[in-house]
Design a protein around this ligand. Structure first.
Ligand SMILES: C[S@@+](CC[C@H](N)C(=O)[O-])C[C@H]1O[C@@H](n2cnc3c(N)ncnc32)[C@H](O)[C@@H]1O
Length: 360
């Protein structure tokens, strides 16, 4: 690309380099400019853009923080920091910076669009759509709106929503679950295992949505191998600290199960299925991963009318009839389905089921 006409304006020249796919060079030139004391806020925000375009998120964050400390009341600078935080997947901090920019300049379209993108990453489609309103000439808007609509229409919780929710919840998950929420799903599933597979030990166990490892801990004694997967990196770190898993992976369970992999004598999902509505994919994938006479044990919250429905706390509920029907078409037998209260809400037990399915 011929940038000769822009050479008198080094920032415009750098932007042209970024647009031409030469972000590394743009970053080098902008750093040189700033080192000579010749660049202002625009040079720094363009440097943040260049670093992000070249994949250097850590460098972009450092430059953006420096820019904000020098120019704390310039919306563009706050937006640049928000963008770097968004790239670092620190959604709450990114949203806070975009909101600071919007307080300074309420009509800042880019700040609105990026706030919407951050909400999208957190699976918050309605909040994202609100931010996208009135922004017809922002690049990528149509795709972002389509993504928000897809999240709203999906028959499961969005992975971004689950991840964000549990990343935030991880620090005091165990104390809140075991305290005020009277969480009992791991113990309920352990009792169900005693009933349907008495005396079986040395099991290869997969814990779907392992969280901090409360469910794994209830099954460690009967496992020769215990693997856990979860969408939330912060929850996985808590599980790792427990030291009871042979392997842990940050992954979406539907994606994980569909990959080639080892088979298991027991697959668990304690209070995890509440983040999936349609269970067809899960049941089929579990059936494919269970060893002969392998069991799938899980808890659900109970739907009374529909096969599955989204409750007011954004947790999916499932009916017993649906579980039985889907088990049959997935090649799984029903070893037992019992009424259970996996947790309490506002002091009241939540009506649920604990199910044991077995590979036929
Ligand atoms: C209520 S916690 C239960 C954690 C653990 N099983 C226990 O008994 O304490 C639900 C967990 O499922 C995870 N989760 C939800 N949907 C998931 C999915 N599609 N793939 C992987 N993990 C998921 C969440 O991140 C969260 O850690």
């Amino acid at each position: 690309m011929d940038c000769a006409g822009l050479r008198t304006d080094p920032v415009a020249h750098a932007q042209a380099l970024i647009d031409a796919g030469e972000a590394h060079r743009a970053a080098r030139e902008l750093r040189g400019l700033l080192a000579e004391g010749r660049g202002g806020a625009l040079a720094r925000t363009t440097l943040v853009t260049a670093l992000l375009a070249s994949g250097d998120v850590r460098g972009a964050l450092a430059e953006a923080r420096e820019a904000v400390s020098l120019n704390p009341a310039v919306p563009e600078v706050l937006v640049a920091l928000g963008e770097a935080l968004l790239a670092a997947e620190n959604l709450p901090a990114a949203i806070a910076e975009f909101q600071r920019a919007l307080r300074l300049e309420p009509g800042h379209m880019r700040a609105r669009h990026l706030t919407g993108r951050a909400w999208l990453a957190a699976g918050e489609a309605d909040k994202a759509l609100e931010m996208f309103e009135g922004g017809d000439d922002v690049a990528g808007l149509a795709d972002d709106i389509a993504r928000a609509q897809a999240i709203k229409a999906a028959a499961r919780s969005d992975p971004g929503y689950v991840r964000h929710l549990f990343d935030q919840f991880s620090a005091d998950y165990d104390s809140r679950m075991l305290g005020q929420l009277g969480y009992a799903a791991p113990a309920i599933l352990a009792q169900l295992a005693d009933l349907v597979m008495p005396g079986r030990s040395e099991l290869a166990v997969l814990d779907l949505g392992c969280g901090t490892g409360l469910s794994g801990a209830a099954f460690r004694a009967r496992a020769s191998r215990l693997d856990g997967i979860d969408l939330s990196p912060a929850m996985i770190e808590k599980a790792r600290a427990r030291g009871i898993y042979n392997s842990l992976e940050v992954a979406d369970l539907e994606t994980h199960l569909r990959r080639e992999g080892r088979s298991y004598d027991l697959i668990l999902a304690a209070d995890t299925v509440v983040y999936l509505g349609d269970l067809a994919l899960l049941f089929a994938a579990v059936a494919a991963r269970l060893a002969p006479e392998g069991y799938f044990l899980f808890t659900v919250e109970q739907a009374q009318v529909a096969d599955f429905e989204l409750g007011p706390k954004r947790r999916w509920r499932h009916s017993e009839a649906y579980i039985r029907r889907l088990a049959q078409v997935s090649g799984l037998g029903v070893a037992g389905i019992v009424a259970a209260a996996p947790r309490h809400e506002a002091g009241e037990p939540v009506a649920g089921l604990a199910a044991a399915l077995v590979r036929l």
